[in-house]
Design a protein around this ligand. Structure first.
Ligand SMILES: [Mg+2]
Length: 312
């Protein structure tokens, strides 16, 4: 049986796990997770801000959307209205002098949600909804090329991710991406960084329901063929972490190093700053004792941080 350790400490299910009546992994999965180190068979990863440094790309995208929205409003128009729209869009997008806010709609939500937020900003400065939506769709069509691996600011993998994925694969763990990016964007990111061989499933913006509906977790678990009760999920947004707990995932971890500003994560969720903090260990299913000392350097598979070959 495989377990995850954080900072050398074995990870058990979060307090209160299995008490809410939901049993997505069945009683057996809950029992194994509640008593002692959780048995993990698969790890679900968020992409933007967790697997990838997406902030430079998203900052360029949001800045371009603001520019084109102001141009579309009326270049010769009332200055007060332009300033109001500028402020509304920057607030909605989480576009600050310190970078993209990691809990903002730009950082967390789908293109569709960002489109509606943009149209709402137009409506708030006086446009009718049909016009607000039409202009927003045009602005997004003009700026879509700034998103994804074709961007000048192509997202890099977060430090140590390549090494972590090697260790997970060596331990027999299955991996999946659960993201609000489009399927093509997820595949491109995995392909460019050579990560495809580590992933057996993805759940994208095209899948229904999307994140953060808990059934998104159940959907990707079905594709993996592994119960939610035998999964871990790692994300950089509270919406990810709460979704995972509601879905019955026993080990839920926050990742903090994907943004210039640390994401404001729920304090009761274990959090990591570097992938080298996360290690893997084994225990014997019959004897019920760990082989070696769980969390020790000897027992962890590849616990020594190595260079991340995927990083530019
Ligand atoms: Mg994210």
């Amino acid at each position: 049986m495989v377990h995850l350790n954080l900072g050398g400490e074995p990870l058990s299910a979060w307090p209160g796990y299995g008490e809410a009546g939901a049993q997505p992994g069945g009683n057996q999965a809950i029992d194994s997770a509640v008593h002692g180190p959780a048995v993990i068979e698969a790890v679900l990863f968020d992409k933007d801000g967790t697997m990838s440094h997406s902030e430079p790309m998203l900052e360029a995208l949001a800045t371009a959307r603001v520019f084109h929205c102001l141009e579309a409003l009326d270049p010769q128009g009332q200055q007060q209205r332009r300033e109001a729209l500028d402020n509304l869009l920057r607030s909605a997008y989480g576009l600050t002098p310190a970078g993209i806010h990691p809990a903002s709609i730009t950082a967390v939500a789908s293109r569709g949600h960002n489109l509606i937020a943009t149209a709402t900003a137009f409506a708030m400065v006086g446009l009718g909804w049909p016009e607000a939506l039409a202009i927003s769709e045009d602005v997004f069509a003009r700026t879509d090329a700034l998103h994804g691996q074709g961007s000048q600011h192509r997202p890099q993998a977060t430090d140590g991710l390549a090494d972590l994925l090697e260790r997970f694969s060596a331990a027999g763990l299955r991996c999946a991406v659960i993201s609000n990016d489009h399927e093509e964007g997820i595949h491109d990111f995995l392909a460019i960084h050579g990560f495809q061989r580590h992933f057996q499933a993805i759940w994208s913006a095209e899948h229904r329901p999307c994140k953060p509906h808990p059934d998104a977790v159940h959907g990707v678990c079905r594709e993996l063929g592994i119960a939610a009760g035998h999964c871990a999920l790692i994300g950089d947004a509270n919406s990810d972490l709460r979704m995972a707990r509601t879905a019955g995932v026993p080990v839920v971890l926050g990742y903090r190093a994907g943004w210039r500003q640390p994401p404001p994560l729920d304090p009761d969720v274990p959090q990591l700053q570097h992938w080298s903090e996360l290690t893997v260990s084994h225990s014997h299913p019959d004897r019920g004792v760990s082989i070696g000392t769980i969390g020790s350097a000897d027992d962890a598979i590849g616990s020594q941080p190595a260079s991340d070959s995927a990083k530019a």
